[in-house]
Design a protein around this ligand. Structure first.
Ligand SMILES: Cc1cc2nc3c(=O)[nH]c(=O)nc-3n(C[C@H](O)[C@H](O)[C@H](O)COP(=O)(O)OP(=O)(O)OC[C@H]3O[C@@H](n4cnc5c(N)ncnc54)[C@H](O)[C@@H]3O)c2cc1C
Ligand code: FES
Length: 351
C-alpha cells in the first residue's frame, strides 16, 4: 500500500499498486473530481507534486504528452508506484451520496425528437436513491460494458413511484442506443449504478452562472435548472440571493433543441434565467435565436468571464473548445469551469 496525500486540502488515503488512484480515493471517501472514469474526458486531471505514478491508457485530448511531461496525470487511469503527493481539487460532500447498483424498471418511453428518447426509469421502492442535480448513472449492459447517462430530473421531483428521466440520443450502430430505439419496452428491467460524477452546482459560490449545452448535454442542465428554481422557491429568509443563470443551448438545427419551448417557458417564469438558443447548421425562416458555434455565442456576450462560473455539458469537441477559449480568451479561472463530456466509444477509438 502507498500513502497518497492530496494538497492543498491535506487529505490522505492509501492505494494498492493494482488500484487506480481515483478508485482508492473513492474507497477512502476522498472526493477527487471525475467524469468518464475511462481516461477520455480529462475531468480527473491533477498534478503529481512528488512520488512515482504510472499513467495508464488514455485519450491524448484528455491528457496531452506535454501535460504528462509537466507532471499531470489522470487519476482514473493511473496507479501509484511509491508514496505520492498530488495537487487536486477536492469535491466536498461526495460521501453523502453513496454509489450503488440497482435494478430499475422502464416506466415510460417518449420521443422528444426523431433521434432523442426520454426514458423514465422507475427506482426500486426499497432503496432510497440520493443524487445531486447534474450527476449521471452507468447503465450496466449484459456483456459487462457500461454506458453513462445524465439524469434530467431534479432530486426533489421524482414523483410517486419515484422515477428519473434521461434524454438519450440515438447513435446508429451504438450498442445501447440501438436497443433504446429498437427493442426496449416499458416494464423492462435494467441494471444501473450511481449516482456518479462531480458535475453539479457548487452551492458555496455567489457568481453568476453560464450553462452551456450541446444536444442531449441539455439533460443535466435541465435537472440543474429545476433544482436552482426549486431551491429559490423553498429558501428560508436570510438565505443567499439566487444567482442569475444564462443557458446557451446549441444544436445543428431546431429539432436538436428538443425542449426549446420548455426553455422559453422556464425563462418566462424565472426572471433571473435567460435562454439563448444557438443553431450551427440551418436556422428556420424568421429564427430569432443565434447562429454559429454555441460557445462562440457565450464569448460574444461575455468577453470577460473572470467573475462567472461555467457549467458545460455535451459532445467533447464543444466542451474542450469552450474550456480552452474561455480560459485563454475570456479570463475564466480554470477552476470555475465544470463539465461533463459525453465521450462515446467512437471518440475513444480516435485515441
Ligand atoms: C458522463 C457521461 C454522461 C453522458 N450522458 C449522456 C446523456 O445524458 N445522453 C446521451 O444521449 N448520451 C450521454 N452520454 C453518452 C453515452 O454514454 C454513450 O456514449 C452514447 O449513448 C452511445 O452509446 P451506445 O452504446 O449507443 O453507442 P456505442 O456502442 O458507444 O457506439 C457509439 C457510436 O460509435 C460507433 N462505434 C462503436 N465502437 C466504435 C469503434 N471502436 N470505432 C469507431 N466507432 C465505433 C457506433 O457505431 C456508434 O455510432 C454520456 C457520456 C458520459 C461519459
Ligand atoms: S479522464 Fe478521468 S474521469 Fe474522465
Amino acid at each position: 500500500m502507498f500513502r497518497i496525500e492530496v494538497q492543498p486540502a491535506g487529505l490522505t488515503f492509501e492505494s494498492a499498486p493494482e488500484d487506480t488512484l481515483l478508485h482508492s480515493a473513492q474507497l477512502a471517501r476522498v472526493g477527487l473530481p471525475y467524469g468518464c472514469q475511462d481516461g477520455a474526458c480529462g475531468s480527473c486531471k491533477c498534478k503529481v507534486l512528488s512520488g512515482q505514478v504510472e499513467q495508464g491508457p488514455h485519450q491524448s485530448s484528455a491528457l496531452s504528452a506535454q501535460e504528462e511531461a509537466e507532471g499531470w496525470i489522470l487519476s482514473c487511469t493511473s496507479r501509484a508506484r511509491s508514496d505520492v503527493v498530488l495537487e487536486a481539487r477536492i469535491v466536498a460532500g461526495l460521501a453523502d451520496y453513496p454509489v450503488s447498483k440497482m435494478p430499475v424498471r422502464v416506466q415510460a418511453l417518449e420521443r422528444l425528437a426523431d433521434d432523442v428518447m426520454r426514458v423514465r426509469l422507475q427506482l426500486p421502492a426499497t432503496s432510497p436513491f440520493r443524487f445531486r442535480a447534474g450527476q449521471y448513472v452507468d447503465v450496466l449492459l449484459r456483456n459487462g460494458d457500461r454506458r453513462s447517462y445524465s439524469m434530467a430530473s431534479a432530486p426533489h421531483d421524482l414523483g410517486e413511484p419515484a422515477a428519473v428521466d434521461f434524454h438519450i440520443r440515438h447513435l446508429p450502430g451504438g450498442a445501447f442506443t440501438d436497443h433504446v430505439f429498437g427493442a426496449m419496452k416499458e416494464r423492462q428491467i435494467q441494471r444501473i449504478e450511481g449516482p456518479l460524477g462531480t458535475f453539479f452546482l457548487r452551492d458555496d459560490s455567489s457568481k453568476p452562472m453560464i450553462f452551456l449545452g450541446s444536444g442531449t448535454g441539455f439533460a443535466p442542465l435541465k435537472a440543474m435548472l429545476d433544482d436552482w428554481a426549486h431551491k429559490a422557491q423553498t429558501a428560508e429568509a436570510g438565505a443567499p440571493a439566487q444567482r442569475p443563470v444564462t443557458l446557451y443551448w446549441g444544436g445543428r438545427r431546431l429539432s436538436d433543441l428538443y425542449m426549446h419551448d420548455w426553455c422559453e417557458q422556464f425563462a418566462a417564469n424565472n426572471p433571473l434565467m435567460r435562454y439563448v438558443p444557438v443553431l450551427s447548421d440551418s436556422a428556420p425562416e424568421g429564427w430569432k435565436g443565434r447562429t454559429g458555434f454555441v460557445h462562440h455565442a457565450v464569448m460574444a456576450d461575455f468577453p470577460d468571464l473572470s467573475a462567472h462560473e461555467v457549467y458545460a455539458c455535451g459532445v467533447p469537441i464543444m466542451v474542450d473548445s469552450a474550456r480552452a477559449d474561455f480560459t485563454a480568451k475570456c479570463g475564466l479561472p480554470a477552476d470555475a469551469f465544470y463539465a461533463d463530456s459525453f465521450v462515446s466509444e467512437a471518440d475513444k477509438a480516435k485515441g
